[in-house]
Every structure is written in C-alpha cells, then in structure tokens.
Design a protein around this ligand. Structure first.
Ligand code: UDX
Length: 436
C-alpha cells in the first residue's frame, strides 16, 4: 500500500492531529506535521509522544520515515495540497467555541488555487461558510475548504481511525473533496458526502445524541434505585431492541472528556444563538451534573456526616485508557467531598500528573492498596482494568470502614461483598439480583 498516495499536511499535533497524521502515514501518505509549540515538535522529532493513547507510539515509530515535524507551515504548504486542521477549539466563558487557533491557521494561508483546508477540529455549524467568506475577503477565494470531522474515542483512537463506522465529508463537490474521499478509500468505510453545513451538524448531533443516551440511562438508574430494579438488567433488555442498541447504556457517575460536555454545550449555544431553545439538551447537561454529585448522597446515607471521614477515589481520568482529565467526574467529586469535610485519597494508574494540576488538598497514592488505607469508603470513579481484579480481602484489611461505591457498575459485587464490604452501585437493585 502507499504507492502514489497523496501527501498531506496536519496542523496541530494534539491528540486528534497526531492520530490522524500517524493513521494516514500508515496508509502510505507522507505527512507534514506542523505545530506552533517548538518544544513539542522537538520532542516528536526525538520520538517522544506527548499523550497517552494505546498503539499511537507504535504507529508513529513504524511510520517514522513518512512523518515530518516542523514549526513552519511553509513546509506543509510546499509538499501537500491538503492541510488537515486539528487545532484546539476549547469553550469560551459564553459556551461558544474559541476559534482563535483555527482563524490563525486561516489567516496564515497564502492565496492559492491548489490547496485546501480540511477541518478536523470540532467547529460550530456555520464555520465553513465563515472561513470561505474570509478567504474571499482576503483575495484567497481559490483556497478550497473541506470539513471532515473526527469521531475518534480517546483510548481507542488508533483503532477507530483504522476502522471508522463512517467517513463524513462536507465540501463543495470539487477536487479537494474528491482527494479527501480518495485518502479514506482504503479504509472501506461507509461514506456520507454532503454540504458543509449538514456535515458540521452531523458531528454535533452525534455527540449530543450519545450524551443524551447516557443521561437517559442514568435517570433510569436513579428510578431503579427507588423501585428496586437493576439498571444492568434493564439496559440489557432495552439494548437488544435493534432500534435502541446496547452501546452507551452504561449507567454511572456521568460523562466527561474533551468532547461530550463541550459539544453538548456548543449545540445548545448554537441553537440558542439562532433563536431556538433546545430544551432536551438542558436536561442532558443538568442530569449529568447532578449524577456526579449523587455519590455524595450515597456516602452520607452510609456514613452520616462526611466531616472527618476519609474517602478514597479509585481512578481520576474521565474514562479508562487515557490520561485526559478534562471534565472528569473526579474533579467535581474530590472538590465536593473536601468541601463537606472529608479527607480525600486518590489513585490513578496514568492520569496522576494531569490530575495534580487540577486537584488540590488531596493525598495522591502510588497504588490502589495504598490509596484505600484508612478509608471509610472507597469510590470507583474510573473503571481501569486493574481495579476490576483488585483483591478485595486485602482492600478490606486496609480500610477503616466497609463502604464501596461502584460509580461505574464495573466491579464484581459478589467478590466485594464476600470480603465483608458493603457494595453499592449506580441503579443496582437488591443484592439478590446482583448475586444471581
Ligand atoms: C467521544 C465520542 O465517542 C467520539 O465519537 C468523539 O469523537 C469524541 O467524544 P470520548 O470523549 O473519547 O469520545 O469518550 P467516550 O468513550 O465516548 O466516553 C465519553 C464519556 O461518557 C466518558 O466519561 C464515559 O465514562 C461516559 N460513558 C460512556 C458513560 O457514562 N456511559 C456509557 O455508556 C458510555
């Protein structure tokens, strides 16, 4: 593979940019990566991967000779027609996306009839039209624009890149869109080629729908707690209906990460700015915020006042297999517990460094068994594999109390209970149904 493959540029070497660059290099393209962060580029040249993503370091190493790293956009412009944009678009105080990094790239482009920007960064609907207008105003109307959003999941991004559910391309039907379609062709994924405005909405609507599914099952879980039903059984029964599907029906202590909270808010904001009140999304966001805090109520139910108690949080990243702490439920939980007078002990196998930047006043441990030492209660926040195989007898020996809150319904309730501990999940019914 690779003979005659189109060379590409990738602007922004964050998580999306690097996975995209390494993925296309694997498919045989020469890839010219550009970032304004000179230190990062120097590190990448030396073979250092700045993020934790399974399989990424191996993919970069295997394709070393096809990957170039530079701080100068001219390198990419010289060698490639297609420039993938993968810079950050973090939310601003108003909830709108901050497009300054994207606009800096747009402004840095020269007039050209032979180049195209391919937008990978998540941008609000309407951005494509705005960028084309800017190009026209700057006398660069020949510069093409294609959008091709990112559906990668952190922790499985490399696999997702190589096996996408679909490729969505939004363009004006010219050479640039054809070239992007051609680049993805070897992956043999279903293709949706449409106009830019529709494509932009696909991304936001997909993430908002998935977030809605999670908030929905979390509310079902909360009702299950009132009625004695077990949400795991309920989700199993629901998920077998093809129209519903079994994915994203795992109840827990809320969604986080770099995409869902941001995209749900961005869609709500976008609707609001256009004069439409997107009621459902308000509820999705509110349910998610409350879900993170419900754990505190569960702890109070077992321990009474939390003043003077010691609570251990196992797992800090917003989900397993990543060091990403953005909008992680652990942030809200650790702050809430400390505000209620508890001492908080923390452990995460990978995200500690990131977490230390964001969490103050808590004790960080080097391993799970140290973290549970003297704890009145243990809360599973992130379902890393190593927590699923914990020796609960040893945990029980080290804890001061007996309460285990399984915030992801991931632990073996029977094993926890057999160690003399008190198990409580999210939306799990009576222990009878757990031990079946
Ligand atoms: C998501 C989208 O899945 C991806 O397509 C998009 O490109 C970026 O946003 P990601 O943020 O990496 O990917 O994580 P994902 O695996 O989707 O999980 C998001 C959050 O939802 C996590 O906090 C996870 O714990 C939570 N979640 C997920 C649940 O609480 N229940 C579920 O059933 C699924």
């Amino acid at each position: 593979m690779g003979q005659g493959r189109e060379p590409i540029g990738v602007i922004g070497t964050g998580y999306v940019g690097l996975v995209t660059a390494a993925g296309f290099a694997e498919l045989g393209s020469d890839v010219f990566c550009v970032d304004i962060d000179a230190e990062k580029i120097a590190g990448l040249r030396a073979g250092e991967i700045p993020i934790y993503e399974p399989g990424l370091a191996e993919l970069v190493t295997a394709n070393r000779e096809r990957l170039r790293f530079s701080t100068d956009i001219a390198d990419a412009l010289e060698h490639a027609r297609l420039l993938f944009v993968a810079v950050g678009t973090p939310p601003t105080y108003s909830g709108d996306a901050d497009l300054s990094a994207v606009l800096a790239v747009v402004n840095a482009m020269p007039a050209s009839d032979d180049h195209a920007l391919v937008m990978k960064s998540t941008v609000p609907a309407g951005t494509g039209r705005a960028i084309k207008r800017i190009f026209a105003e700057q006398g660069k109307a020949g510069f093409r624009y294609v959008s091709c959003p990112e559906f990668l999941k952190e922790g499985s991004a490399v696999k997702d890149f190589l096996n996408p559910d679909r490729v969505v391309v939004g363009d004006d039907g010219d050479w640039a869109g054809d070239a992007v379609v051609e680049l993805y062709a070897p992956l043999e994924a279903p293709l949706v080629r449409t106009d830019t405005a529709s494509q932009e909405m696909v991304k936001l609507a997909s993430n908002a729908f998935l977030a809605t599914k999670i908030s929905f099952i979390n509310e079902i879980a909360n009702v299950c707690e009132e009625t004695g039903a077990d949400v795991i059984e309920v989700a199993k029964g629901m998920g077998l209906d093809d129209r519903i599907g079994s994915k994203f029906l795992q109840a827990g202590i809320g969604f986080g990460g770099s995409c869902f909270p941001k995209d749900v808010n961005a869609l709500k904001q976008l609707a609001g700015n256009s004069g439409y009140h997107f009621q459902l999304l308000n509820a999705v966001i509110e349910v998610n915020e409350l879900q993170k805090r419900r754990v505190v109520g569960k702890l109070q139910k077992h321990l009474g006042s939390l003043v003077g108690t010691t609570i251990c949080l196992l797992g800090l990243a917003f989900k397993p297999n990543t060091d990403d702490m953005r909008d992680a439920s652990s942030l809200v939980l650790s702050a809430r517990l400390q505000a209620d007078g508890a001492s908080v002990r923390l452990y995460d196998p990978v995200a500690e460094e990131e977490a230390r930047e964001l969490i103050r006043g808590a004790h960080f441990s080097d391993d799970a068994l140290d973290a549970v030492q003297g704890a009145d209660a243990v809360v599973l926040v992130t379902e890393w594999d190593e927590f699923l195989s914990l020796d609960w007898a040893q945990v029980a020996e080290r804890m001061a109390g007996t309460v285990v809150i399984d915030g992801r319904n991931a632990l073996d309730a029977v094993a926890v209970t057999a160690a003399g501990l008190t198990y409580e999940g999210i939306g799990r019914g009576s222990l009878a149904s757990l031990t079946r």
